[in-house]
Design a protein around this ligand. Structure first.
Ligand code: NDP
Length: 307
């Protein structure tokens, strides 16, 4: 069987593309490892229609919506290989299945950036985490650090403050650049202390993490803590675009035209993987791009004589 469209990625871009594709009556399969960054968001307060909602709850609603419209969804399945054979795309998954489609939407998102300091790998799961939503409950009444100064760091710190007795935000600049609404909440929260102009240099401990060494104003300081959460952004997934010969910018973001098409005919892209850091990277923008990509895929299939 040949699908009209295979969407890779189960975040807002991929799932919205699925919803639109289903309404264009395209035979659609979405394949993804997990529900993406949205699932990890503690609280979302700027998605219209929901004054506040947990990230997992919102993305589950997206998924349910797509499924109700008849989209096939494979979750917890990585796509390892993709190639174009004549005008058909062949997609191979980590569990050795093979699927074929007339068009592809890459909505593959980004991976969490690592800091790359001594101790970071050793203490992974023993104090080091990249997901506050997943691990906050392990730090009840403990002291934790959050590295970063944007929205992920801000929301992680706020969430952690519901569990930990003390949260240090360690940020390399002198003022947080998270949304002002988050910054206001942080400033009012007595459990959160912000350490500015500080760069983590090393993590120390024995069996578990005990402290972070930071550099501030040319001096090193050691801060005792039980956990540290790195929230220093994301980098795009580059494997699949490279396999298809899809053009990216110097940072690995897929280059798209306004209709979300790429340089490879039949391949479209949407969401964070297409979005350089100076542009808005939000659920609403990813969803909008997913809708546009699905519409373009529909037009493409029609132009090739598909129904
Ligand atoms: P961002 O790329 O926005 O921010 C990364 C942060 O990490 C920046 O403060 C950056 O510093 C810092 N940083 C990057 N590299 C290093 C390094 N090597 N050492 C120290 N610090 C470093 O990523 P986010 O994950 O915060 O956000 C991604 C997107 O998701 C954004 O568009 C954001 O708005 C959105 N988001 C929205 C949320 C919500 O509305 N609920 C929640 C979470 C994310 P600097 O500031 O100096 O560049």
């Amino acid at each position: 069987m040949i699908y009209d469209l295979i969407i890779i990625g189960l975040g807002p871009a991929g799932l919205t593309a699925g919803i639109y594709a289903a309404r264009y009556k395209l035979k659609t399969l979405i394949i993804g490892r997990d529900l993406g960054q949205t699932a990890e968001a503690w609280l979302i307060e700027n998605y219209p229609g929901f004054q506040d909602i947990k990230g997992m709850e919102l993305i589950e609603k997206f998924k349910e919506h797509a499924e109700k419209l008849g989209v096939e969804i494979m979750q917890m399945v990585p796509v390892n290989h993709i190639k174009k054979e004549n005008s058909i795309f062949v997609v191979k998954t980590g569990d050795d299945q093979e699927f074929r489609a007339k068009s592809i939407i890459l909505a593959i998102g980004m991976q969490k950036r690592k800091m790359g300091i001594p101790g970071e790998k050793n203490f992974l799961g023993k104090g080091v985490s990249y997901c506050a939503t997943c691990d906050a409950a392990f730090f009840n009444n403990k002291v934790v650090g959050v590295v970063g100064g944007s929205d992920s760091a801000a929301t992680a710190a706020l969430m952690l403050s519901e569990h930990a007795k003390m949260v240090y935000i360690i940020y390399r600049k002198d003022a947080l650049r998270a949304q002002p609404a988050w910054v206001e909440k942080i400033n009012k929260n007595p459990k959160i202390k912000t350490i500015f102009n500080a760069i983590p240099k090393e993590l120390k401990g024995d069996d578990v993490l005990k402290s972070v060494v930071i550099e501030r104003a040319g001096k090193t300081e050691e801060i005792a803590l039980d956990g540290i959460f790195f929230e220093i952004g994301y980098k795009p997934e580059t494997n699949l675009p490279a396999q298809l010969g899809v053009e990216t910018d110097e940072y690995g973001h897929i280059k798209v035209k306004p209709d979300m098409s790429t340089n490879i005919e039949g391949v479209f892209a949407a969401g964070d993987v297409t979005t350089p850091s100076e542009k808005l990277r939000q659920i609403i923008t990813a969803s909008a791009e997913g809708a546009i990509a699905a519409t373009s895929a529909y037009k493409y299939i029609k132009s090739k004589g598909g129904d």
